[in-house]
Each structure stands twice: as C-alpha cells, then as structure tokens.
Design a protein around this ligand. Structure first.
Ligand SMILES: C[S@@+](CC[C@H](N)C(=O)[O-])C[C@H]1O[C@@H](n2cnc3c(N)ncnc32)[C@H](O)[C@@H]1O
Length: 240
C-alpha cells in the first residue's frame, strides 16, 4: 500500500515504502506511524496527515518522457465527448501515457499506440505502477489501427492530419475524434484535411486557460507562476 503525507502548508510527499522511516525537510516520520490513519508528527514536531494513495496521487507521480497533456485539457475532452463507463477509446501517441491513463480511469477500455519503443516501455511501467487493467499499449504507428466501433479517438502526434484517413473507419458513427496540438499550423493542416472527408463534421477548436490562485491570510491573488500555453483541442465527429 502506497501512502501520501500532507503538511498543513499543502506540501505532499509520496511514500513508497512504509516499512522504513520517512525523511523530509520537516524531520522524519517513524515507520510505525506511517501505518496509521489521521495525523502523525515528525521528530521535529511537524504534524502531517497520512492517507492511502489514491489514483490521482499515483497519477501525479507517473514517469514522464514526452510533453504530457495537462489535466485541464483532459477534463475538456471527457466532458465534451460525453464518454463514460461503456466507452471504447483509442489514443495516440502514448508519450508518457498521461492522457491514456486518465481516460482509462473513466471508460471501459483504452488502447494507446506509441511508435517509440523506449516510450512504449515507459508507459508499460506506468500502467503497472497504477494497477490499471483496462489500458492496452501497442508499439505501433496509429495508422495501423485495427480497433473497430470506437467511441473516441484522441491524437497527440506531430502530424495528426496524416492519421485521419487511417483512423476514420475505426470510429463508430457518432464517435468523436479529438486532436491535441501545441501550434496553429498543426491545427490548420488538421482542419483543412478534415474538411476533405465527408464522414466528418468539424465542431470546434479551443484552448483551455486555467489560473491558479494563492491564499495566504489576506494575501489572495493569482499565483505569479502559471501554466502558460499547452495546446489546442480540435473536436470532430463522425457523421456517416
Ligand atoms: C507529445 S507525445 C504524447 C503525450 C501523451 N498524450 C501524454 O499525455 O503523455 C507524442 C507521442 O506520439 C508518438 N507518435 C508520434 N507519431 C506517432 C504515430 N504515428 N503513431 C503512434 N505514436 C506516434 C511520439 O513518439 C510521442 O511519444
């Protein structure tokens, strides 16, 4: 069982091995206390809450390779496509698996494609560490997609317009194709290509902006360091 430790200031520590004392900048917490629930105290008197690690605690610690898609953007994909516990999803490229792992936490099954073998191996480890059973990874180009009757396909690859024709038939009618790209030329090429496929209807391109705030007594203001631009989300639907 993995655990997390929260200090009053909201500093979070992940504890992988609860059989050993946990050392931190706030002193050390005894192994015997790490098995408890509630509040524990370090040798320097610093109190912290000890919790069982949940999906989100483990997710925030996944190993990273390529740039991951942030949670604000994943949230938009989930709600705007209306996918749920009966849905079948295909994702590419897997990268670090951030998007695929989060999707798998909400839907019936996810298959993610990754062309790079090193990233494929890393995602396999992330899947194992999170104990996710409904996510399959293939060390293949997404253009070799073999799934059928898919509710949602997510593309986070440098050239998503090249995958439109190959992935088209995998989507069920009414299913969504969502492309995530950091730059506008990628969006332009993707949307121009979509407009050549009568099976698809273009819905929208959005950028999600999130602003975090700090609260400290009466010092209440937006944090000075924020996530800047991440990517544009383009939503398309198969209509025939
Ligand atoms: C920016 S990363 C994806 C990050 C991922 N969405 C995440 O949240 O962790 C892009 C990945 O796509 C992979 N890739 C590029 N073209 C591909 C293709 N045609 N098929 C499968 N994977 C591809 C790259 O190797 C890279 O790992």
């Amino acid at each position: 069982m993995k655990k997390v430790l929260y200090t009053k200031e909201g500093k979070k520590f992940s504890i992988k091995d609860i059989t050993k004392d946990f050392h931190s900048q706030y002193g050390f917490y005894k192994a015997a206390d790490l098995k408890k629930k509630g509040t524990i105290t370090s040798n320097t008197g610093k109190e912290a809450a000890i919790l069982d690690a949940s999906f989100i605690d483990l997710y925030q610690k996944i190993r990273r390779s390529a740039q991951i898609i942030p949670m604000k953007d994943i949230g938009s994909i989930l709600v705007k496509t209306g996918i749920g516990k009966e849905s079948k999803v295909v994702d590419a490229g897997a990268g670090s698996g951030a998007l695929a792992l989060m999707l798998a936490n909400f839907v019936k099954e996810v298959t993610t494609y990754e062309i790079r073998e090193d990233f494929y191996e890393l995602v396999k480890k992330n899947i194992e560490n999170l104990g996710i059973k409904n996510l399959k990874i293939k060390n293949k180009d997404v253009k070799e997609i073999s799934e059928k009757n898919v509710d949602l396909i997510t593309l986070d690859i440098p050239d998503p317009w090249t995958a439109i024709e190959p992935v088209k038939k995998a989507l069920k009618i009414g299913g969504f194709l969502v492309s995530y790209s950091p730059t506008t030329p990628q969006v332009t090429d993707f949307v121009n290509e979509i407009n050549h496929h009568k099976e698809f209807i273009y819905l929208e391109t959005t950028e999600i902006l999130e602003r975090q705030w700090e609260f400290s007594e009466r010092k209440v203001r937006p944090k000075s360091q924020q996530i800047g631009h991440s990517g544009f989300l383009t939503f398309v639907r198969r209509i025939s």
